[in-house]
Design a protein around this ligand. Structure first.
Ligand code: OAD
Length: 246
């Protein structure tokens, strides 16, 4: 069985997508039966869609919150935690997932690039995003309690980066610094992602440009498979514990 080549100065940058949570029972986006099937992305995951129909958007995210009930991290999440404990600051995990499972498993050097399903924020005031596990009842538009106390009506929104929105610059800067510091010592590992959504899909190019090597673990070959040096096809929940066992 292949193992990731890790020496005393190897730096590992991991990018995960929906596939890493598939074996926990969280649906992916683009596979058959995935989240985008039956949904127009622009209706439920864009600022314009939210402006047009906030109730529809809240229904979609409330269903996703409810769907997380009883869901726990799998062997893939746990294997990444074990690797982080070995490497310390020579490890960084970037996830496109909003399900919070990496955090639940114990990952600490973690960037949740696309936001967090279990947090909300106000569309008007500057209160920081806050934990909000509620799956709102259909037809209920959640309002900001802080604005209400000040006599104003303001909608809450999920703390998710929607299509057409900008990813936090500080996150991208942290990833860039990690890649620059690592240089040729970098091992980039993408797991369970279709390689279609940028900037995440471009990380493999950044890693190669820095002189690092790139690995992919995915159930099937995704769009950008040719850009990886090593490809392991299979379910990440069982592949990762072996690949990272070294
Ligand atoms: P996708 O649903 O596009 O891709 C999931 C990938 O995981 C596919 O290539 C599957 O073959 C693979 N996969 C499925 N089960 C797997 C398993 N058990 N082990 C390994 N791989 C498996 O999900 P993402 O690439 O994460 O953005 O999607 C990227 C972004 O597009 C998401 O963050 C989301 C979406 O639109 C926003 O919502 C902003």
């Amino acid at each position: 069985m292949k193992t990731l080549p890790i020496t005393d100065d190897t730096h590992v940058l991991v990018l995960t997508g929906a596939g890493v949570s598939a074996e926990s029972g969280v649906p992916t986006f683009r596979d058959a039966g995935g989240l985008w099937e039956g949904h127009d992305v622009h209706e439920v995951a864009s600022p314009d869609g939210f402006a047009r129909d906030p109730l529809l958007v809240w229904r979609f995210y409330s269903q996703r919150r409810a769907g997380m009930e009883g869901i726990t991290p799998n062997g893939g999440h746990h294997a990444l935690v074990a690797l982080e404990r070995r490497l310390g600051d020579r490890f960084l995990l970037v996830t496109q997932n909003v399900d919070g499972l990496h955090r639940a498993a114990g990952s600490e050097r973690l960037i949740e690039l696309h936001g967090e399903l279990m947090r909300s924020r106000c569309t008007v005031c500057d209160r920081p995003p806050f934990e909000d596990r509620q799956a709102y009842k259909p037809g209920v538009a959640p309002m900001c309690g802080r604005c209400k106390a000040a006599g104003k009506d303001a909608l809450l929104r999920p703390h998710i980066v929607w299509f057409g929105e900008i990813i936090d610059r500080a996150y991208l800067a942290r990833i860039e610094r990690f890649v620059d510091t690592a240089g040729r010592r970098l091992v980039f590992l993408a797991v369970g992602t279709s390689g279609l959504v940028y900037p995440a899909a471009g990380l493999v190019d950044a890693a190669r440009h820095a002189g690092g090597t790139s690995w992919l673990v995915n159930a099937e070959a995704p769009a950008n498979v040719e850009r990886f040096d090593h490809v392991v096809l299979g379910p990440s929940g069982t592949v990762l514990p072996g690949l990272l066992a070294n």
